[in-house]
Design a protein around this ligand. Structure first.
Ligand SMILES: NC(=O)c1ccc[n+]([C@@H]2O[C@H](COP(=O)([O-])OP(=O)(O)OC[C@H]3O[C@@H](n4cnc5c(N)ncnc54)[C@H](OP(=O)(O)O)[C@@H]3O)[C@@H](O)[C@H]2O)c1
Length: 332
């Protein structure tokens, strides 16, 4: 009964807010001052994961258009090169670079972070966008369940590993591209790899990952603020957007809603806005849709969690992500 109520509330909210129509209504109230400012990301180093297609690619285009020095993280070198070339050509920005990294591998994340930290460059923006929804249980290179490895663990590990570079920037922003799917699941900490589900369900696991991203953005921001650091993290929902990912992972949903889906520019609007808006106007740790912080739970959904739950999640992820942590810099 609770499940049925949650599904009904979710679909009602989704049809009203997550669709193209929802974006068009919300966008009537947008203040575009920061978005329209040319070269607003000049002198900003930005990294986008899962950048060769879909929302990650469009986000890359939008950041490059605004003058960013851009690093596109892609797992396939050939697709990555083609995407980098396309962004350079489309935006006229030559300062767009490829980082090859399969985020399902902690060793690959470590290599990426070590290379970045060795370069001594600060990192102003990290967009944790890469995401997957596999319907069969599949082990990652490290033996983790793959949806969890890419959607939860990789963003956590990459953010932790890159912290020295983030904190070396004036006021870094980390954006977790979550999903409205997070509304459907509580914060599951005990069963990170969905081993206790009666039958493995990729949609449930994806939604749990997206809930975990929301909690992690909150916690990263709290920790950084408490330590007197200026870096902040945010999570966001792009809305229901037409991408290859949606077409191939949830074809039934795609076929039912294809006339209502957002285009890529609408889907990545909030991510880009979180990169360029005056930081004083943003709510650290909030979950954004269409440039506004959202409630993180649906009414009566039973998804509320405590600070102790997030502590427990953090401790578990820290243990799992340890192989991705760069070796400490040698002391003189
Ligand atoms: N589209 C929507 O309606 C929607 C709604 C809510 C949330 N989201 C979120 O938005 C993000 C982007 O989704 P999308 O719709 O643009 O999906 P997409 O078209 O499938 O793109 C996903 C991107 O992530 C990359 N990726 C996947 N696994 C990776 C790995 N192990 N290492 C490095 N890169 C990897 C993919 O690379 P390959 O090309 O090599 O596979 C691809 O570039 C995801 O986090 C998704 O959960 C999307």
């Amino acid at each position: 009964m609770a499940g049925l109520l949650r599904t009904t509330l979710f679909l009602t909210k989704g049809l009203r807010e997550f669709t193209r129509g929802g974006y068009e209504r919300a966008s009537k109230g947008f203040d575009n001052t920061a978005m329209d400012k040319p070269a607003s990301l000049h002198d900003h180093r930005c990294m986008v994961t899962g950048a060769n297609q879909g929302l990650g690619y469009q986000t890359s285009l939008e950041l490059a258009r605004r003058g960013a020095t851009l690093f596109m993280v892609c797992r396939n070198e050939e697709r990555g090169r083609a995407a980098v070339e396309a962004v350079r050509k489309d935006t006229g920005n030559p300062d767009v670079h490829l980082k090859v990294c399969d985020l399902s591998s902690l060793a690959a994340i470590k290599a990426l972070a070590e290379e970045w930290l060795a370069s001594g460059q600060p990192l102003d923006v990290l967009v944790n966008n890469a995401g997957i929804m596999l319907h069969e249980r599949t082990p990652s290179a490290d033996g983790f369940e793959s949806n969890f490895a890419v959607n939860t663990l990789a963003g956590f590990a990459l953010t932790v590993a890159l912290q020295p570079a983030l904190h070396a920037a004036a006021a870094a922003r980390v954006i977790f591209v979550s999903s409205g799917g997070q509304y459907n699941e509580p914060l599951v900490v005990k069963d990170l790899q969905a081993e206790q589900l009666k039958k493995y369900d990729g949609i449930v696991q994806y939604s749990r990952d997206k809930r975990r991203q929301v909690a992690l953005a909150e916690r990263f921001s709290e920790r950084w603020a408490a330590a007197g650091l200026r870096s902040r993290a945010y999570s966001m929902h792009p809305g229901w957007t037409e991408t290859e990912g949606v077409k191939t992972s949830i074809p039934g949903f795609y076929n039912s809603f294809k006339n209502k889906l957002r285009n890529l520019q609408q889907g990545c609007d909030t991510t880009v806005w979180l990169c360029v808006e005056d930081g004083g106007k943003l709510e650290p740790g909030a979950f954004y849709l269409d440039r506004r912080p959202q409630h993180k739970h649906l009414a009566l959904a039973g998804t509320k969690y405590s600070a102790a739950d997030v502590d427990a999640l953090w401790i578990k992820l820290e243990g799992m992500a340890a192989p991705a942590m760069p070796a400490p810099a040698p002391t003189a």
